[in-house]
Design a protein around this ligand. Structure first.
Ligand code: PEP
Length: 249
């Protein structure tokens, strides 16, 4: 039985006092034993948030990106090792906003995945199709290419440190959620891809999250699907009340 896994992606939102208050409110909660929670915050808050999260064994802190090099002349960037040094445990890679606005390719993401694993951190890897791809029925094909090009080189043992988030791009921040049937079909396909490449035991163990306008009113139905193990939550992770309702859905 896989545990429930819910991660919040704050993106470029919240001031430091707001982020501290939100993380403190989450850290005070007692979650169901089979639940893991991650808050993925702006880099400059991660040090302090890691200290707050340390009071709750089920709460972890994540970054929203990192560089693929371990150090060097990359002005404005941050390495996986630097994130690790402030207590970060997870790094989101491949979010559609990074692919779209910052030109991240599957090849770059492959290197970032390796950089994160080299530091012993965990990856939340995002994949998903845009609207035209969905409308032309290409969603499975597109997602398989994203997975193959960024993760296909790994060995099965790395998958214990990997979470996959299926995030249809047309559902992110739009208020338009995939139906539970659409989400389940894609999650099943992703789990089958993992099984074909890395074996059934790896596929049975991996967490596959749904992301895209997930909120308190639809989380329970989405999370009830056999292959949906939780969610990557954007807008609804910014308010403690909403995020906690999703965690408990
Ligand atoms: C996200 O940014 O990963 C996301 C799912 O955003 P939202 O929940 O706001 O659609």
């Amino acid at each position: 039985m896989r545990s429930r896994f819910v991660a919040g992606n704050w993106k470029m939102n919240l001031s430091k006092p707001e982020g501290v208050a939100l993380t403190s409110a989450i850290a005070e909660q007692k979650f169901n034993q089979q639940t893991e929670v991650v808050v993925c915050a702006p880099h400059i808050y991660l040090d302090e948030l890691s200290n707050i999260a340390a009071s709750n064994a089920q709460l972890h802190v994540g970054a929203q990106n990192c560089h693929f090099a371990d150090k060097g002349a990359y002005t404005g960037e941050i390495s996986a090792g630097q994130l690790k040094s402030v207590g970060v445990e997870y790094v989101i890679l491949g979010h559609s906003e990074r692919r779209t606005y910052f030109g991240e390719t599957n090849g770059m993401l492959k290197d970032k995945v390796d950089a994160v694993f080299a530091e012993g951190l965990k990856v939340i890897f995002c994949c998903g199709e845009v609207l035209e791809e969905r409308e032309s029925g290409k969603q499975a094909e597109v997602v398989k290419v994203q997975l193959q090009e960024a993760l296909g080189h790994l060995d099965a043992s790395s998958f214990k440190d990997l979470v996959i988030a299926y995030e249809p791009v047309w559902a992110i921040g739009t208020g338009k959620t995939a139906t539970s049937d659409q989400a389940q079909a894609m999650h099943k396909m992703i789990r089958e891809w993992v099984a074909e490449q890395f074996g059934q035991a790896t596929a049975d163990a991996i967490h596959i999250l749904y992301g895209g306008s997930c909120k308190p009113s639809n989380a329970a139905e989405l999370f009830a699907q056999e292959d949906v193990d939780g969610g990557l939550i954007g807008g609804a992770s910014l308010k403690a009340e909403d995020f906690l309702q999703i965690i408990n859905a």
